[in-house]
Design a protein around this ligand. Sequence first.
Ligand code: NIG
Ligand code: FE
Length: 413
Amino acid sequence: MKILIKNIKSLVQVEEKIRLKVSGAEMKKLSCIENAWLAIEEDKIVDFGEMKDFPGISDWSNLQMIDATGKLVLPCWCDSHTHLVYAGNRESEFVDRINGLSYEEIFKRGGGILNSAKKLVEATEDELFESAMKKIREVILLGTGAIEIKSGYGLSFEAELKMLRVIKKIKENVSIPVKATFLGAHAVPVGVTKENHIENIINEMLPRIAEEKLAEYCDVFCERNYFSKEETIRILAEANKYGIKGKVHAEQLSHAGGVEAGVASKAISVDHLEFANENDISILKNSETMATILPGAQFFLGLQNPPARKIIDAGLPLAIASDYNPGSCPSGNMNFMISLACINYKLTPEESINAATINSAYAMELSKTHGSIAIGKQANIFITKEIPNYSFIPYSFANNPVETVILNGKIYK
Ligand code: NIG
Ligand code: FE
């Protein structure tokens, strides 16, 4: 099977040389080819160039031609942080917050993550699978072509395994790469002490998860009233022993040392960062850890802005993900996430597109195969509707710019 896309108004995020991430001032650059063509064979990008240099077609067999006049082609979004396996929703807490309660107050009353944990215990694996698949199909049609999914609404050993098995089944049933993250340290379950929960994570859950190969990453919610910097380091060190790399929910509601813990643990990414400070930025400079912002969660909870501009201006790379979850971001629309980053944090469209493609691919260790248009990379792309240029995507907020999604060399329907 071959696909040829012709007359592309602009082929966006083209790479001559494959890069694993883009940092600092480089993020302001987005390579494009105007009036371009792109050829796909099987599941790979095999060639592209300007229409004026188009070599013509020698072999018409099994060739599907797409005319993209007036349309753009981009690599699919990479969403490196989601919790999209969950049961039910939490719109009543949304109303509580409108009426004045804070996210932390709701948690202290037994709501928040514990509310989702209660609902998850009652749901069957099949129900969780079906509802997560529905969400994934929706976000794929919004341009998402790779996704990370966390456990963390199970909390007990059994329920965490249930979540991770659902994620495994999703992996086997979708046409985009899925990375699984074990987030047992999301909250302390009811009726257990924190010390016991951490012991369970370390002595029971991690060995079993490693044995069954149920997770690529291990995450910790490093936050006051949840897990401390020291506890985060301890849990991630245990995970590292099994080759399970770390991720951290860091500095979301307060400054709790998550960035420091993540960098010390060689975490793949530290995410949220609303309360990250200058010292955190200098700590990140000496690391390979990807700073990741989740603009939807910050917007939905009305938190202060993360220092996104300062991070890029310090020469660091920055990634954008959705955080799709029932408590702090009930949307996985990456088009909207990049709009928020431009509008609220003053990222340029180039910076936000780099952050939501190549850099968020890095935060899932997928940037060798995803996150840009390059020969040999996976044919994981979308064609937009007729739009004037790539800045129109964040500009036209809350609209869907995506018309056609191509995954593994096939049009996704
Ligand atoms: O990334 N901050 C911790 N975890 C999620 C929210 C979890 C929830 O409220 O269900 C987050 O924002
Ligand atoms: Fe999260």
